[in-house]
Each structure stands twice: as C-alpha cells, then as structure tokens.
Design a protein around this ligand. Structure first.
Ligand code: MLT
Length: 249
C-alpha cells in the first residue's frame, strides 16, 4: 500500500485519478460541512465546480427537496439557501434534502477526482473511520489537500498527515512519497492543538475576520462523525455496509 498526498489539486490533471482510490480533504470548510450535512440526514450532497452549474441543476428540482448551498469568498451566495457553515446544516433544514454544494476549493477538488475508482470525503470529523476503511481496502491511496485557489494550505495538509499517521499505527509498512512525509512532519509540528492550528492558518484567520470563528470549533473536532461519505455518479452519499463488504473483497 502506497500513500501519496497531493499538496494542491492544481499539481495534477483530472485524468491522473483514473482508477485510483482517492480521499479529498477541505477542513475549512467544505468536507467538514459535507460530514455535518450527511450526519444531519441530508439525502445526498452534489458537489459542483461552478455557480452556473449549481443554478442549472437546481432548476430541475421540485418541491423544495433540493437546497443550493455553499460560498464565495466565505459568504453565502445570493439566491442560495445555505452558506458554508457546519452549524447551518441542521437536521431540520437539510434532513431528506439533496444539497447542491459549490465552494471555492473543496467542491471543485471533489469534482476533479471524479475519474477515481473510489472517492472518499474526509475531515478531522471522521479521520479514524476513514483510516480504518482505507486499511481494510489495502489499495494505494491519493489524498488531495484541496488548498486555497490552487495553492498549498496548512490545515488540509496537516489533516492528511494525521490520516496517514493513523494508517501507519495499524499498518507500519506502507510506502510514503516525499509529499506524504512532508505532511507527517507538518502534522508532528502543528497537529497537536488542531483548534490553535486552525486559528493561526491563513484561511482560519479569514474566517475569524468574517465572524465564522465558531466554525473552527466544529472543524477541529476529531472523530465526532464516524461516517464514510463516498462520491459516485456525481453524488456524495454514505457508504453502507453492503458497499463496504463488496469493496473489501
Ligand atoms: C472552500 O471550498 O474553499 C472552503 O469551503 C471555503 C470556505 O471556508 O467556505
């Protein structure tokens, strides 16, 4: 089993992922929001790469069963139903609904991974569950750190390093690339106090300035949502036991 961390989605093109097992991380805040939405019983999350496309596919939805969600420059987009704060995704608001999600980096990184054989969504909220599932699969893994506008970011790389560390605790013989080693080293240095790291990273500071400081509490919580979101056919749903068993064989 070899684990590679992609330090920015811009480092590779879409076809790079063909046939691979891929994990997408956007701690602040897209993948944390996806975990919260599915934990609050949203039917599915549909990640999109543009606001136009989000608008287009929402036109075909009926009866208020679809919500347009996400952000531009951290703020809710005009005409959308929800922004990109985990606290907005309560069961009352999203239960049973399809969430169309556009975000500046995270939703685009997920769409980019579409040619993968398997795509999983991770944040600090489901780290151990994802690690255990990857160990069970025993495939080579690509972990995408979604970054910020194509540029490296600390929080996603540290989350990737924390994920690799968990895998190595149970499977010490995995092969690591240079980028994976770098993510492990960064996690050693900055990953001991995740909340503090989120407060001090560039995007965390922007969120604080825009009054989203409480989102950092949710996004820094480890293993509070032991779920495996799985992206297939354009939709992110929860992996159920039937699929888990068939993937492990
Ligand atoms: C992103 O995808 O870039 C983030 O989710 C931005 C944000 O904090 O809302």
């Amino acid at each position: 089993m070899k684990v590679n961390v992609i330090l920015s989605p811009n480092n590779v093109d879409d076809l790079y992922f063909t046939g691979k097992t891929t994990v997408v991380i956007d701690v602040l805040r897209a993948t944390s929001v996806i975990l919260k939405a599915l934990d609050s019983k949203a039917k599915e999350v549909i990640p999109v790469g543009s606001i136009d496309f989000a608008m287009k596919i929402s036109v075909n939805s009926h009866g208020g069963q679809t919500l347009l969600c996400g952000e531009r420059n951290t703020q809710m987009i005009e005409g959308f139903d929800l922004g990109n704060s985990p606290s907005e995704y309560t069961e009352e608001r999203v239960g049973g609904k399809s969430i169309i999600l556009f975000t500046t980096n995270g939703s685009k990184a997920i769409v980019k991974a579409k040619y993968s054989d398997k795509v999983f969504i991770a944040s600090f909220n489901n780290l151990s569950t994802i690690a255990d599932h990857l160990i069970k699969l025993n495939n080579d893994v690509e972990i995408i750190s979604s970054g910020a506008s194509g540029i490296f970011c600390l929080e996603d790389t540290i989350c990737a390093g924390a994920l690799v560390k968990l895998i190595m605790e149970k499977k010490p013989d995995i092969k690591l690339t240079d980028a994976t080693n770098a993510s492990l080293t960064l996690n050693e240095k900055y990953g001991k106090d995740i909340k503090l790291m989120l407060e001090n990273c560039e995007h965390g500071k922007i969120l604080k300035t825009n009054d989203f400081e409480s989102d950092l509490d949710f996004c820094s919580t480890v293993d509070n949502i032991p779920l495996i979101p799985y992206f297939t056919g354009g939709e992110i749903k929860l992996l159920n036991n039937e699929i888990i068993d068939s993937q492990s064989n």
